[in-house]
Design a protein around this ligand. Sequence first.
Ligand SMILES: NC(=O)c1ccc[n+]([C@@H]2O[C@H](COP(=O)([O-])OP(=O)(O)OC[C@H]3O[C@@H](n4cnc5c(N)ncnc54)[C@H](OP(=O)(O)O)[C@@H]3O)[C@@H](O)[C@H]2O)c1
Length: 322
Amino acid sequence: MRAAVHADYGLPEEVIAVAAAPLPVLKPKQVLVRMCAAGVNWADQSMTLGEPLLMRLGYGFRRPRAGIRGMEVAGVIEAVGVKVTDWKAGDEVIGWGTGTFAEFVAIDAKRLVAKSEALTFDRAAGLPVAGCTALQAMRDVAKVQPGDQVLVVGASGGIGSFAVQIAKAMGAEVTGVCSTPNIESVRSLGADRVIDYTDRDFTEEDRKYDAILDIADKHSLSERRSALKAKGTIIPNSGEGGRWLGSIGRILKARIISPFVSHRLRPFLSVTKRADVAALVDMAVAGTLTPVVGVTYPLDQAGEAVAEAGSGHARGKVILTA
Ligand SMILES: NC(=O)c1ccc[n+]([C@@H]2O[C@H](COP(=O)([O-])OP(=O)(O)OC[C@H]3O[C@@H](n4cnc5c(N)ncnc54)[C@H](OP(=O)(O)O)[C@@H]3O)[C@@H](O)[C@H]2O)c1
């Protein structure tokens, strides 16, 4: 099969190349999925660069251990392992695991959800990572209530475009922050207000929020807190930081300060769960969620796709297609 492999850490366009790779060998509880579309995430760029360096303890110090990137897929089941009873060849599925930037990928059967016909493969492929992150941030961390004022900083990107729609579906009044070219896109997702960060600064406005999801904010924590209501929640979700620790320093700072202030400072790590992916599919079927696909790349251009997803300015999801 063809797969986007990288043997060294480095810039995605330089180290990722499409090459022949062996077909994955199925374990008894896995299924072989023929990739139709694969979501590309910020983390794919981090893992390709090998940064933050701390991450290399898990992924290989000098060279990446897993040479095929990719964490999520939408595709068609080609074959099932001997112990798989609930899926069959031909089923259209959404899955998550490793090595999805390839024509075929082996996925644990319990990490699959049926793809509805209401979703195209490219719209379905971004649900497991960005979709679940947005859902868990709004529902579990911010605990958004009807009428809440919610600010999404980074509203036009992968996570933000889901978060705006999910917060609206939960009854919140949503303000999105993005740059000039993306204003209309964020408005079309249902945002009540859009702030162009190249023109206005949300920390200098009088409006206060119950929850702020910060995906790309450049303000200090205290500046961001000034835009929160007294018991408001901030979810620092940005990957900015030094070469060694990345965002960990920023996240630790929020954790340390949190017990001493009235605001809830809640950095979190999303975990893709079957029930949550299924809930997102249900929202898409009901018409309350339309995953935004900003750009698709063929598998041959996986390096460019990874660089785009890591640029910090992707519109909606970046998707690879077979
Ligand atoms: N907590 C978790 O479990 C978790 C899971 C996955 C990812 N993440 C983190 O989420 C981040 C990536 O999210 P993503 O994939 O949604 O990113 P993305 O697709 O690259 O979107 C970035 C967004 O930020 C906006 N933006 C860029 N610069 C900005 C600025 N100075 N002020 C305000 N907005 C700005 C962009 O708008 P314009 O394009 O208009 O500039 C765009 O809307 C990474 O930091 C990653 O580490 C966290």
